[in-house]
Write a protein that binds this ligand. Structure first.
Ligand code: NDP
Length: 281
């Protein structure tokens, strides 16, 4: 056994420490797209577990609302750092990192999450515009922010978790611009895990359908479709909620996951493997 303190921690054999990896007191967590949905769930859970969290998105009022709600959940009522930023702008990404470091002096956990669906027929005249917008938000911004964060994550033996989608493996007509970007996120994770280890662990979560503003989940037609199609095909018989993904992020960031890197963790109630193959005759 190699006992370098970089990649072999003798305390990993100490069973009396089990479960303590879920206490994030003193850790600094930056989650993009945390003004809504999955990202909101992630910052709230980390705040609940004692971390210093950065809340960010483009809508100032939503950033403020989530920051206040996350502070209420914090055991020590730690005030989150609230930053209004557009992740498709390099200057804003630089500001996200520099403000985080100026405020907390370090970064432990980066969660790439800000994203949106870009759907439409490949034959539509505006396909390439949609493709460029999708890649800029769902892939390029992840890579650029990660590139800026790595020098700080090197210092903390930090971790990177990127929110991809089950769409990275499930083709859907009209979904190409989104699916290609999310497939890129999966591969970015695998390659960076090889390149950034042993200091930094890099993983992806692939959510299935989660009730957020990503879909118009207050529209009766959408609710009806979710009820009829998605729940019927989901082995666990419900759509996901942000806390389902937040729990998975916390797991991957915690000491319990200290030997997990380059992984794609599907969190979808089993939907992705229920693609409707023929039943046996
Ligand atoms: P929401 O629409 O609820 O949240 C998206 C978040 O991203 C918001 O905080 C939004 O903030 C932010 N955002 C969007 N564009 C930008 C931008 N240009 N700059 C900065 N922030 C931006 O959706 P979800 O929570 O569902 O989505 C989060 C992630 O989960 C996405 O990557 C999505 O692809 C992925 N996902 C979602 C699934 C689902 O079923 N919900 C399934 C699989 C994956 P603001 O509007 O304030 O800028």
């Amino acid at each position: 056994i190699v006992k370098s303190d970089i990649y072999y921690d003798l305390n990993d054999e100490d069973y009396s420490q089990e479960g303590l990896g879920r206490n994030f007191t003193g850790k600094v967590v930056l989650t993009t797209g945390s003004s809504s949905g999955i990202g909101e769930g992630i910052v709230k859970l980390f705040s609940r577990l004692g971390a210093n969290v950065v809340v960010t998105g483009r809508k100032a009022n939503e950033v403020q609302r989530v920051a206040e709600e996350a502070q209420e959940l914090s055991p020590l009522k730690l005030k989150p750092l609230a930053i209004v930023a557009d992740v498709t702008k390099s200057a804003d990404l630089n500001r996200l990192i520099s403000k985080t470091i100026d405020t907390y002096g370090k970064l432990d956990i980066l969660v790439n999450n800000a994203g949106a669906g870009f759907y439409g027929s490949f034959r539509a005249p505006d396909f390439m515009t949609k493709f460029d917008q999708s890649v800029a938000l769902n892939l390029r911004a992840y890579l650029e922010l990660t590139h800026l964060a790595v020098p700080y994550l090197d210092e903390t033996n930090g971790t990177i978790i990127s929110i991809s989608s089950t769409s990275s493996t499930l083709p859907t007509p009209g979904g190409l611009a989104y699916e290609v970007a999310k497939t890129g996120v999966d591969m970015m994770t695998r390659t960076l895990a090889l390149e950034l280890g042993p200091r930094i662990r890099v993983n992806t979560i692939n959510p299935g359908l989660i009730l957020t503003n990503f879909i118009n989940h207050t529209d009766p037609d959408v609710i009806d479709k979710v009820d009829r199609e998605v729940i019927a095909r989901t082995p666990l018989k419900r759509p996901g909620v942000p806390l389902d993904i937040a729990r998975a992020v916390v797991f991957l960031a915690s000491k319990e996951a200290s030997f997990i890197t380059a992984a794609n963790l599907v969190v979808d109630g089993g939907l992705v493997y229920n693609a409707g193959g023929l039943s046996s005759p």
